[in-house]
Design a protein around this ligand. Structure first.
Ligand code: A2P
Length: 316
């Protein structure tokens, strides 16, 4: 299955994407995993300038074309993102050109503003420091994003980690509305307020950390460890990961799931020939909400650049 985006000229977006954010960076592992993913049927890949995985992703796609796994680059949907240090009107186009060079591609299918945060131009330093934050020129940056689409270097443009308030600001100045908002979303962080808003505005939602993320702090994975999801998985004869991904898909949201393991990559695509019951939905809708990616500094739940819609904090 695929989703037609409501703005831009991108081909329809395949309903599950493969994420490539993984730390520490291991380009060979990324390249191998993308090739394995193409072999098992993935045609949608997500990267970002900040992840450092544009180059291995591009190499893998080029190799897949050489090996005849896909007929051409056009067969894959590729998303990349403008990092906060590039979030300045005059840096958008050069940054996309650099991204395209890394990817060895003529265009990305989708180019996103990574965070509603601008940092002083310069090398990536993470966690970001508060003194490096500067006011974000939403109008200027969005105009430059629109120019990227007009030039055909991005087939569609969008945002990531934007709340309804941030989206209001973009929509107020947009000639081309954002096609996508990619945010943290899973059964433990359902983002109902944001989803309703995006549905009304025709903005497609994509979900990162659909399985609860990569355990940055070693505290265990609340999605994969959820007892409610385990109960549903048992009843359906599926894994917890598949239940989480299917639930996201049934909300009309596109999961971007990261696995570098071929079996799990395959498993994560097997969510289209069965469905959740009304009772399953009832149970999942009552799961207490927990934002899993706490972020650092500027990107935290509490900070002034928060990506949390307050109404979503307590939806039980
Ligand atoms: P791995 O790469 O070893 O498969 P998210 O996509 O939410 O960021 O979560 C990805 C994490 O979940 C990764 O650490 C990934 O590890 C793991 N993972 C991916 N698919 C599955 C699955 N089907 N079952 C269990 N863990 C999975």
């Amino acid at each position: 299955p695929e989703v037609a985006l409501k703005s831009g000229n991108a081909r329809p977006m395949p309903a599950v994407g493969m994420g490539t954010a993984s730390f520490p960076l291991d380009p060979e592992a990324t390249k191998g995993a993308v090739l394995a993913a193409i072999e098992v049927g993935y045609r949608h890949f997500d990267t970002a300038y900040m992840y450092g995985t544009e180059t291995p992703l591009g190499e893998a796609v080029a190799e897949a074309v050489r090996r005849g796994l896909v007929a051409s680059r056009e067969e894959v949907f590729v998303t990349s993102k403008l990092w906060c240090t590039q979030n300045h009107p005059d840096l958008v186009l050069p940054s996309l050109r650099e991204t395209l060079k890394n990817l060895q591609m003529e265009y990305v299918d989708l180019y996103l503003i990574h965070w509603p945060v601008a940092l002083k131009p310069g090398p990536i330093s993470f966690p970001a420091k508060k003194e490096d934050a500067v006011p974000l020129d939403v109008e200027g940056v969005w105009r430059a994003m629109e120019e990227c689409q007009r030039l055909g270097l991005a087939k569609a443009i969008g945002v990531s980690n934007f709340t309804t308030k941030h989206l209001d600001k973009v929509l107020a100045v947009a000639t081309i509305p954002p096609a996508v908002n990619q945010v943290e979303l899973n059964p433990l962080w359902q983002q109902r307020t944001l989803r309703t808003y995006c549905a009304e505005k025709g903005i497609h939602v994509a979900a990162y950390s659909p399985l609860g993320g990569q355990n940055w702090d070693g505290s265990g994975n609340a999605v994969l460890g959820s007892e409610v999801l385990a109960g549903v998985a048992k009843a359906r004869g599926k894994t917890v990961a598949q239940v989480a991904l299917r639930w996201i898909y049934e909300q009309g949201v596109t999961p971007i799931v990261k696995s570098y393991n071929k079996e799990r990559l395959k498993q994560n695509l097997e969510i289209f020939d069965w469905e959740l019951t009304d009772e399953d939905h009832q149970k999942i809708s009552k799961i207490p909400q927990l934002k899993i990616i706490k972020g650092h500094g500027l990107f935290s739940q509490e900070g002034e650049f928060t990506s949390v819609d307050p109404a979503d904090l307590n939806i039980v």
